[in-house]
Design a protein. Structure first.
Length: 386
């Protein structure tokens, strides 16, 4: 496991300056122009130029979470996986609206870095936030690397249910069958896929080796072969589809008097409710931040009055996808997750706080665990002082 890279600009610095010195309208417009330029470079697979444009966008707006996201994506294309991890982490800590995509691509980066358990953490969260076929596929690849064949097979099966024409998932499913000893089944599937995946290096390798039934040599070749089963450049097109709509979009980080609201459609971020298991009383609670007073709430927006210490891991200036993210952290870390809503200079700030501890030593231990994981800038808060 590698040592997590420190953020270029600490998150605390980001948000301490967020309200006192927001970017000007002119800077935000320039940032958007450079971002759009970077997306178009990405579509044309000019990733060096794309990366330069995203850097310029971030220079004009250091809080531009989407620019950090796409910068990380360009770095994946360029093989700069560690740098991608760092920028995708910044995305997660800046804006919960992009957390599903950022966790997905950070998981992919960590897969290429052979950091398999960290990759699993990210892909688990990505699937929790948005159960997409690509995330199941990539998690299946991680399980295959770890020789968790049953889990790997299940993920590839789910990916194929979500996208039956995803032939790369069929290829990896056949690879799993090969390692489980189902050589004839695997070889038949390999031959069937030849027309679907012409010139696929990995497929040709397994067709040659499966007949000899030499698992050791196959495993070595698999470990050394990097195949782009998903063209990341296609992801740029998702943003390009909406570039015309974004021409007049003003960043959420503007002072209220400058904001021209154009709501971003984030309905795709979760395909099914995360709260189906709630009891009938909880279901009556409106899962919306609209009209909420300042105070502390559970990850399901139930008013809370916690005491003692918690670990603040992030602060956000908008609430898009924040409930899904809070729910995902509750599931992952198995601790209470609180959302503190407060007003700063006339604007709403959402603080994400994990855990509730009466003993300071326990709180510090948990904080240190979070710092070693994905929240290098996490710190203790006293609930009574919020």
């Amino acid at each position: 496991m590698h040592t997590r890279f420190l953020l270029i600009i600490p998150v605390l610095f980001f948000f301490s300056n967020l309200f006192s010195q927001p970017p000007s309208v002119e800077k935000l417009e320039k940032a958007r122009l450079y971002f759009n330029e970077g997306v178009r470079f990405g579509i044309n697979e000019q990733f060096e130029a794309s990366l330069e444009s995203f850097n310029k966008a971030i220079e004009y707006n250091p809080l531009f979470a989407e620019a950090f996201l796409y910068k990380g994506l360009a770095q994946i294309e360029l093989g700069e996986y560690r740098e991608a991890v760092r920028n995708l982490t910044i995305t997660i800590e800046l804006d919960p609206a992009f957390s599903d995509q950022a966790h997905y691509f950070r998981g992919v980066s960590r897969l290429y870095l052979d950091e398999f358990f960290e990759a699993l953490d990210d892909l688990d969260l990505a699937i929790h936030l948005n159960p997409d076929y690509a995330a199941y596929f990539q998690r299946g690849r991680v399980h295959l690397k770890l020789e968790n064949f049953e889990k790997s097979l299940l993920d590839f099966e789910i990916a194929l249910r979500l996208n039956p024409d995803f032939f790369e998932a069929r290829l990896y499913r056949a690879i799993v069958h090969y390692y489980k000893g189902n050589t004839d089944l695997a070889l038949n599937e390999f031959e069937t896929l030849r027309d679907k995946l012409p010139d696929n290096i990995l497929l040709e390798q397994y067709i040659l080796i499966a007949g000899d039934y030499d698992k050791e040599s196959t495993q070595n070749q698999y470990d050394q072969t990097e195949i782009r089963e998903i063209r990341f450049a296609d992801f740029y097109r998702r943003s390009d589809d909406s570039l015309e709509k974004q021409k007049n979009q003003i960043s959420d980080n503007l002072p209220a008097q400058f904001i021209e609201t154009e709501k971003k459609d984030v309905s795709h971020l979760s395909e099914k409710p995360l709260y189906e298991s709630m009891d009938s009383d909880a279901l009556e609670i409106p899962l919306s931040f609209e009209g909420l007073n300042s105070g502390t709430y559970s990850h399901r927006l139930v008013p809370q009055n916690p005491t003692g210490l918690g670990v603040q891991v992030a602060s956000y200036s908008n609430s898009r996808n924040l409930l899904n993210l809070a729910e995902a952290y509750h599931v992952k870390y198995q601790v209470p997750v609180f959302i503190n809503v407060s007003q700063v200079n006339g604007r709403t700030l959402y603080k994400l706080i994990l855990g509730s501890f009466s003993d300071r030593a326990e709180a510090e231990k948990f904080r240190d665990e979070m710092r070693k994981a994905d929240f290098a800038d996490s710190f203790l808060v006293i609930f009574e002082n919020l």
